[in-house]
Design a binder for this molecule. Structure first.
Ligand SMILES: [Zn+2]
Length: 285
C-alpha cells in the first residue's frame, strides 16, 4: 500500500496461539468467543504483523515479531514457527537494508527478531539499523516485576543497549521526517505508537493499544494491560483524532485484517471500514 510517498508492507512473523482469556480480560467468554473461536486449549490465533515503511530515504521496521530465540517449551505453548526472515525474502528486502527499527514496547512478541543467536550469542538481525524504544519501557523490563517478567527477554534488547545500537527515547518525538512516536500508557506505562505522515496522508501503528479488530471498542482491553483505565481513556483519545483525520490503522496482532480505516457505527463505536480485497492485497500467512 502507498501512503503519500511512503510504501507500506506488512511483514509477518507468522501466526501464534495465545490464551483467549488473557487477550480479553474482563470481557465474558460468551461475548469474545463470537469474534475469536478458541481451540481446545482456549487459545486463539494471533498475527505478528511488523510494518515495513520505505520512505525513499529510510527503510523503517516497526516491531520485530516473536523471533527464533524462544525455548522449545514456549514455542510449543504458542504453536509458533518464526517466519519474519522468510517474509523479508518474499518482499524482496534484506534485513541489511533496514536503517531504523522502532519497538513499540519490549514484550517478547514485539521485539523477538531484534536479535538472533549467532554461535549461541545474541547478534543484531538488522546490523545497520538504529533501534528505538522508550527509556521507561526498558526500565520496566529491567524491574522484572512478577506480574509480567515472563513477557521480557533480556537478549532482545540488552545487547543492543550495551553496544549503543538501541537509542532510548523520552516521550513523544520525531525520529525521521514523517516518522514520529507518541506514548499511549495503558498496556504498559511507556508503550509508544508510531505515526507516519506523508503528503497529507497519515497511518498509525498503535500496537497493543488497539492490537486487532476484535479490540476496537474502548472497553475491550487486554487482560495483560497494566493500566486498563488508561488504555480505555487513551483509546478514546486515539479515535478522536484517527477517525476524523482518516488515519490508516495498522494492527500488530490481527490474524486476518492487518490494516483498515475506521468509521463510527450508529452507537458511536469504532468499526473497520469495508475495504475491497485488492486494497488489502497481502501475501499473508
Ligand atoms: Zn504487549
Amino acid at each position: 500500500m502507498t501512503l503519500g510517498n511512503f510504501e507500506l508492507t506488512i511483514l509477518s512473523d507468522g501466526i501464534y496461539m495465545n490464551d483467549g482469556g488473557a487477550m480479553f480480560g474482563v470481557i465474558p467468554k460468551v461475548m469474545w468467543e463470537k469474534r475469536a473461536t478458541p481451540d481446545e486449549r482456549n487459545r486463539i490465533p494471533m498475527g505478528t504483523n511488523s510494518l515495513l515503511v520505505r520512505t525513499g530515504e529510510h527503510n523503517l521496521l516497526i516491531d520485530t515479531g516473536i523471533g527464533g530465540k524462544l525455548s522449545d517449551k514456549r514455542r510449543a505453548i504458542y504453536d509458533h514457527e518464526p517466519r519474519l526472515l522468510q517474509s523479508f525474502a518474499e518482499a524482496g528486502v534484506s534485513p541489511e537494508e533496514i536503517d531504523i527499527v522502532i519497538n513499540t514496547h519490549l514484550h517478547f512478541d514485539h521485539c523477538g527478531w531484534n536479535t538472533y543467536y549467532k554461535d549461541g550469542k545474541p547478534a543484531p538481525t538488522f546490523p545497520r539499523a538504529t533501534y528505538y524504544v522508550q527509556e521507561g519501557e526498558l526500565q520496566h523490563a529491567h524491574e522484572q516485576h512478577e506480574r509480567d517478567r515472563v513477557s521480557y527477554m533480556t537478549d532482545n534488547y540488552d545487547p543492543l543497549v550495551a553496544s549503543g545500537q538501541m537509542q532510548l527515547l523520552n516521550g513523544d518525538t520525531e525520529i525521521a521526517p514523517g516518522i514520529s512516536v507518541k506514548v499511549f500508557p495503558g498496556h504498559t506505562r511507556d508503550l509508544q505508537a508510531v505515526i507516519l505522515r506523508s503528503a497529507g496522508k497519515v497511518a498509525c501503528y498503535p500496537s497493543d493499544l488497539v492490537p486487532d479488530t476484535q479490540h476496537l471498542e474502548p472497553m475491550w482491553v487486554l487482560g495483560y494491560d497494566l493500566f486498563p483505565l488508561e488504555s480505555i481513556d487513551n483509546k478514546h483519545r486515539f479515535y478522536d483524532v484517527a477517525i476524523p483525520e482518516n488515519w490508516l490503522v495498522v494492527f500488530t496482532h490481527d490474524a486476518k485484517m492487518p490494516w483498515t480505516y475506521l468509521d463510527r457505527n450508529e452507537k458511536g463505536l469504532p468499526v473497520a471500514r469495508a475495504m475491497d480485497e485488492s486494497s488489502r492485497n497481502l501475501q499473508f500467512k
